[in-house]
Design a protein. Structure first.
Length: 349
């Protein structure tokens, strides 16, 4: 019987790659054929590719990996560099799929089998690695985020130490020294991000278009570009808001179950975090954003709901301006819209 698809499900660990080969046939039946374990190293990658070449038609094989921290990255880049079709699946998708299978024992082998079956049964989008500049941008912005989080912890410790009945002067000295070091490191990272943006003329122009939006600075633009790979795989605004987890989810069933609409939060948390403070600034300093915010607060009485609407609008605007190579015009969407319809132009969160 003819094979429609073949996948190699790979459960990635720190030291091992647990692999299962599966086939999808014309009658839509599946079969798990082979099982092998390789080292998570360059030597193991080569043996995996050699094994795949012997057991499958390598050109039509999908290597399906579960995103495991950073342990899967070297394998993904190596396979892609060797003309293999790589698919990276989020862990929550695999775990949810695992629950639908009649498997009671959870081991590395059964996990790789579940990943292989997932690849056979689902429509797969091949993974495309980030461009070097966006990959570095992502690393730097996430490093800064970690530095800021650590500095907040240190500030809380300084406050607690000062509030004690008998504060220790030496402890305070060491904590303040660490705080100064973190301040220097954050400044160094921010300077490196700005220099990275300036080095590429096209990226620099794109960032200048994005930062023409009130409240959006170079750092916010860098986070958005780094996390989306320069909007490389983003086709429309709806896909972008879904990727950020700012899309709306509802729960309705019959007449008795009616949950409140909420944002899904099933997306990139770094994007949601990046547009929070810019949304506060935009509603404060831009009349149009403030007008939208006030109308939604008057309608629902929930400030956070209105703020989330501004966050989504900012993210969509950054995408639109970057793609169209245009600066922000606060009157653009109101120029050709009748005044009676202006109240309905904002999408509620």
């Amino acid at each position: 019987m003819k094979k429609l698809k073949q996948t190699i499900g790979i459960d990635v660990a720190q030291n091992e790659l647990v692999c299962t080969l599966g086939y999808l046939f014309e009658d839509l039946s599946t079969e798990l054929k082979s099982f092998m374990i390789f080292k998570n190293s360059l030597c193991g990658f080569k043996k995996l590719k050699k094994w795949a070449g012997k057991t499958t038609n390598e050109r039509n094989t999908f290597f399906v990996l579960e995103a495991t921290g950073v342990y899967h990255e070297k394998l993904a880049y190596w396979l892609h560099g060797n003309s293999c079709q790589v698919v990276i699946v989020l862990p929550n998708k695999i775990s949810n799929y695992f629950r639908t299978l009649e498997i009671k024992t959870i081991t590395d082998k059964t996990a790789s089998q579940a990943i292989a079956r997932f690849g056979l049964e689902r429509t797969l989008n091949t993974w495309v690695p980030s461009k070097p500049i966006f990959r570095k941008m992502k690393q730097l912005t996430r490093e800064r985020d970690q530095i800021v989080a650590e500095r907040t912890t240190i500030k809380n410790q300084i406050h607690a130490e000062k509030t004690e009945a008998f504060p220790n002067p030496n402890s305070l000295k060491r904590l303040k020294s660490r705080e100064k070091l973190l301040n220097k490191q954050e400044l160094a990272v921010k300077n490196e991000i700005e220099q990275l943006v300036k080095e590429d003329k096209e990226i620099h122009k794109g960032v200048s278009h994005m930062t023409s939006i009130p409240g959006v600075g170079i750092l916010t633009a860098a986070i958005v570009l780094g996390e989306t790979n320069g909007f490389e795989l983003i086709r429309n605004k709806r896909q972008l808001t879904s990727y950020a987890g700012l899309d709306v989810k509802e729960k309705l069933s019959g007449t008795s179950v009616k949950g409140k609409p909420r944002i899904s939060k099933k997306g990139n948390r770094h994007l949601r975090k990046a547009v929070h403070l810019p949304a506060l600034s935009a509603k404060k300093f831009c009349e149009k954003f403030n007008g939208s915010y006030e109308r939604l607060v008057a309608k629902h009485g929930i400030k956070m709901k209105a703020l989330v609407s501004i966050q989504r609008k900012l993210l969509e605007l950054m995408f639109t301006l970057y793609k169209n190579k245009a600066n922000f015009d606060p009157d653009f969407e109101w120029k050709n819209i009748p005044l009676s319809l202006e109240m309905n132009t904002c999408v509620e969160p």
